[in-house]
Design a protein around this ligand. Structure first.
Ligand code: SF4
Length: 390
């Protein structure tokens, strides 16, 4: 089934490391943006009913409302929208798509943007999963990242979400922060375990060449830990989380049983999704599309009745196969080579086995029967293994 991604590009302040498609919050612009989103979703729904046209869906004409079972509000900071705006966007998705009764509907939220009343209103609007951008439970680190919340505010936000009735919460944490030591990182992991979310995403900070954080680090003489410490951070965090009842299911993601992110799994299991909003991507029917990135450009496109998609491309069989292997290997389950052969007509082991054997021998990759998967150590060197397929 389809996943629906809704991009909300507004933030209260711009974090010094951020490389996402976002801008500063502007009330009137936000109101125009929400109207544009509603228009884009309605047009996609109509295109589906008319047989599929315009977006990345021309390959499989579909008569009627297409089934969808996830909506993901990502950003930016989607929790800056009013609950009433979220409710209208969800209603537009229901109108345009056949949303299943048990659809997973996630909202990314920054801890400083919510309180219990607002979270309860998001829940009433149809949100049933929250993903909090916590990043760290250490004040020094939060200040270094120029985040607006404190560790206590993050704890409070989780408590408020529970009081508002949410039973499916995810937290984002970042490791490899400037000057962070292994034990300091594990303090945040322990603090996250203590508030007991159902799901956690652990990312490594990437300092982009033009990020203001790069200058901050140079001025303050902060550096990122050496590779062996990052490996220790990753492995120790995963071991601690497993002891606390979480299962790792993807390179950066762990969940309590039954709480894997259904939406994100579409990205990793050769699934299909439509993205709405500025800079959003879609993948469907063997085609890819990308919307115009600028917020005002997007509003203008939709307002003048045009498609916001600026890049639409049909994927070759080789590209689809590459994507399936690349994303599939991110999962702890790995890829099923029989399923790949049935879908793409390629025997992956016959084609790449000679190169992959080196990784198997080095303990980074395992191959048993039809299953091919990265070991935990292999996950740290995933790009090197995956390069075989490029
Ligand atoms: S809140 Fe998230 S999207 Fe917004 S600036 Fe910070 S890192 Fe970027």
């Amino acid at each position: 089934m389809l996943g629906l991604y809704i991009h909300i590009p507004f933030c209260s302040a711009i974090c010094n490391y951020c490389n996402f498609n976002r801008g500063l919050f502007d009330g009137p612009q936000k109101a125009r943006y929400v109207e544009a989103l509603l228009g884009e979703i309605a047009t996609a729904g109509t295109a589906g009913r008319a047989g599929g046209a315009g977006r990345a869906d021309a390959a499989r004409p579909f008569q009627g409302r297409e089934p969808a079972d996830t909506i993901f509000f990502g950003g930016g900071t989607p929790s800056l929208l009013e609950p009433e705006e979220i409710a209208r966007i969800i209603a537009a998705c229901r109108e345009g798509f056949d949303l299943t009764a048990d659809a997973e509907i996630t909202l990314e939220a920054n801890p400083e943007t919510v309180d219990e009343a607002k979270l309860a209103a998001f829940r009433a609007a149809g949100i049933n999963r929250l993903s909090f951008g916590v990043q760290s439970f250490r004040e020094t680190e939060l200040r270094r990242l120029s985040r607006l919340h404190t560790a206590d505010r993050a704890r409070m936000a989780v408590a408020e979400a529970r009081a508002a009735g949410f039973s499916n919460l995810s937290l984002d944490l970042m490791m490899w922060l400037p000057d962070q030591k292994v034990e300091e990182w594990l303090e945040s992991v322990d603090a996250a375990i203590a508030v007991a979310p159902e799901h956690l995403s652990l990312y490594m900070l990437e300092v982009y060449p033009n990020a203001p954080l790069k200058d901050d680090m140079a001025r303050a003489r902060w550096s990122q830990a050496p590779d062996e410490d990052v490996a220790a951070m990753y492995v120790a965090a995963m071991e601690r989380l497993e002891s606390a009842g979480y299962e790792q299911y993807e390179i950066s993601n762990v969940a309590k049983p039954g709480h894997r992110s259904r939406h994100n799994l579409k990205y990793w299991t050769d699934g299909e999704w439509l993205g709405f909003g500025c800079g959003a991507h879609s993948t469907k029917g063997g085609a890819r599309a990308k919307n115009v990135a600028g917020t005002d450009d997007y509003i203008k496109c939709i307002g003048s009745g045009q498609s916001a998609a600026i890049e639409v491309s049909r994927m070759s069989g080789a590209e689809q196969l590459g994507d399936a292997l690349f994303t599939g290997l991110r999962l702890t389950d790995g890829v099923n080579l029989d399923a790949i052969r049935d879908r793409y007509g390629v025997d992956v082991w016959e084609r790449h086995g000679a190169d992959l054997t080196d990784f198997v021998d080095a303990g980074l990759l395992r191959h048993e029967g039809a299953r091919l998967w990265l070991t935990r150590r292999g996950m740290l060197l995933a790009h090197e293994v995956m390069a075989v397929f490029v």
